[in-house]
Ligand binder design. Structure first.
Ligand code: SAH
Length: 495
């Protein structure tokens, strides 16, 4: 972080604005809104500024800038059109250790003025550290539409009740839950509909309602395959409400970033071959934190019920009388298929899909290979990469054609995604050649041949051409890097 964000209380504090033009006028208006004591220093003022002087709202130092103007100011704004003068003001202010903003000159400024969304008492300020002010403004426009105008009254209501809420809910976890309901439930809705009295009454009612027990709960949440955009809204909400997050190793950092800042994050990653020991520990951790009254999020890669042992975890919670909820996630098979351009079913190629796990020898021994080797079905195999040879050998031995296409998706949906395509005959050889690593998912079946035409995300698929693939029509739109694409879109937009 290049800049330290700061909200300054300027009420009745002296601020000097150097310059008397339109830019100065805007700066003065914002400073007056914050109740600063503004002095404008300039030989000439705009009519608007002059009128403020006449009304006694601001003071005027007429004439050419002098160093002594800066004395006693808490902040200085240099808003003249004379760059050399602005630089001089900045230098003199800096010498006196007074923060100075030079309009449109991030380098000379020791403080920046952010783009602001005002929902007083809530203020959202956006900075691009002076690097991309236009982006800051764009973000502000988006947030303006996102943060409706009831946020201000909602914050004011919460502030009014704050002491009483604290008295009623001295326990932090319970208090947080009460706030969560207050700020997202019916009270907020009434304010959105512009019914402040009804909202206040509903808040009083909520405060008078019996206190819930301090028993925690567990939400089993599917985090999807890695791309945070594939989280569900419910998953996001659970992450925002969590006191403790027990997450798998596979859950990406980008997703953990979205969770409540002060939630405890505990990685409970399971290493291959060490499943049982850690599974018991996971159970014990869930129980310990839920019994302590915490809202526990058990965060799993993909979907919690697809090869995630979510079922076992719920059985355990059920046995111990802990309340739970489940938030489904996008499982690796669906994500990898989508991001590799492989429709899992297709009228011409496959009428069924099987999700199969081949993580260890014992799971592979129990698989019905004859059934898995049938044609016109798609296999989505969740696996450690070491298992590929067995998968290949068993499918071939049970009659799946050697030319059956596959797409092997490594790090599906993530920026570093790679897709290797080929035919069953070369499966393990190609995986070795391209050094495919975990996490990777194998999609095998007639549909996999479509990947070479329909892939749209990340790098082009690797691997030898697929024998059974129909000749691909030439791509009409050449694949261009994302950044170039964005530039092109912008140019079109501007035109
Ligand atoms: N519950 C998870 C699966 C857990 S098993 C889900 O629904 O997706 C772990 C296996 O999932 C990995 O060995 C790999 O085969 C697959 N997997 C998970 N995330 C993946 C990703 N981003 N790309 C490719 N495969 C992935």
């Amino acid at each position: 972080m290049k800049l330290y964000p700061l909200f300054a209380d300027l009420s009745r504090r002296a601020v000097l604005v150097v310059g008397g033009g339109a830019v100065a006028e805007r700066k003065v208006a914002a400073l007056l809104a914050a109740k600063a004591q503004v002095t404008v220093g300039a030989p000439l003022l705009t009519p608007q500024l002059e009128s403020l002087v006449r009304k006694g709202r601001i003071a005027h130092r007429a004439g050419v800038f002098e160093a002594s103007w800066i004395d006693h100011a808490w902040l200085v704004v240099a808003a003249t059109s004379d760059q050399a003068l602005n630089a001089q003001v900045a230098e003199l202010a800096t010498l006196q250790r007074i923060f100075v903003n030079v309009v449109d000159d991030a380098q000379l400024s020791s403080f920046h003025v952010p783009a602001v969304i005002d929902r007083s008492p809530v203020i959202v300020a956006i900075s691009s550290s002076g690097e991309a002010p236009m982006l800051g403004r764009l973000l502000r426009e988006r947030l303006e539409t996102l943060l409706d105008h009831s946020i201000g009254p909602l914050a004011a209501l919460a502030a009014r009740l704050r002491k009483r809420i604290r008295r009623r809910y001295p326990d932090l976890a319970l208090r947080r839950r009460f706030y969560q309901k207050l700020l997202t439930g019916p009270v907020a809705e009434l304010l959105r509909r512009n019914q402040p009295e009804a909202a206040a009454a509903a808040a009083e009612q909520a405060l008078a309602a019996p206190r819930p027990d301090a028993v925690g709960s567990v939400v089993l949440v599917g985090a999807g395959p890695g791309d945070p955009g594939l989280l569900t809204l419910r998953a996001l909400r659970a992450l925002n409400e969590a006191d403790v997050i027990l997450h798998d190793r596979l859950v990406s950092l980008d997703i953990l970033e979205l969770a409540r800042r002060d939630a405890d994050r505990i990685e409970v990653g399971k290493q291959a071959g060490n499943h049982h020991a850690t599974q018991d520990q996971i159970h014990a951790l869930m129980l310990e934190h839920a019994r302590a009254g915490k809202r526990v999020v058990r965060l799993k890669g993909g979907d919690p019920f697809v090869f995630g042992r979510g079922g076992e975890e719920l059985e355990f919670l059920h046995e111990h009388g802990i309340a739970f909820e489940v938030v489904p996630g996008i499982t690796a098979a669906l994500a990898c298929a989508a991001y590799a351009g492989v429709p899992l079913t297709h009228r011409d190629h496959a009428q069924s899909v099987r999700l199969v796990t081949a993580h260890c020898r014992s799971s592979m021994d129990t698989l019905d290979w004859a059934a898995l080797a049938q044609e016109r079905q798609t296999l989505a195999v969740y696996m450690g990469v070491a298992g590929l040879e067995t998968v290949q050998a068993q499918l071939l031995a049970h009659g799946r054609a050697a030319e059956t296409p596959f797409a092997l998706v490594e790090n599906g949906s993530r920026a570093e995604q790679r897709v290797v395509t080929g035919t069953l005959a070369d499966l393990s050889e190609l995986a070795r050649r391209h050094d495919v690593r975990s996490p990777a998912l194998l999609i095998l079946g007639e549909v996999a041949s479509l990947s070479r035409r329909l892939a749209w995300f990340g790098a082009e698929p690797l691997g030898a051409p697929v024998a059974s693939e129909p000749a691909a029509p030439p791509r009409v739109v050449p694949r261009i890097p994302r950044r170039a694409a964005v530039e092109t879109l912008r140019a079109i937009h501007r035109a």
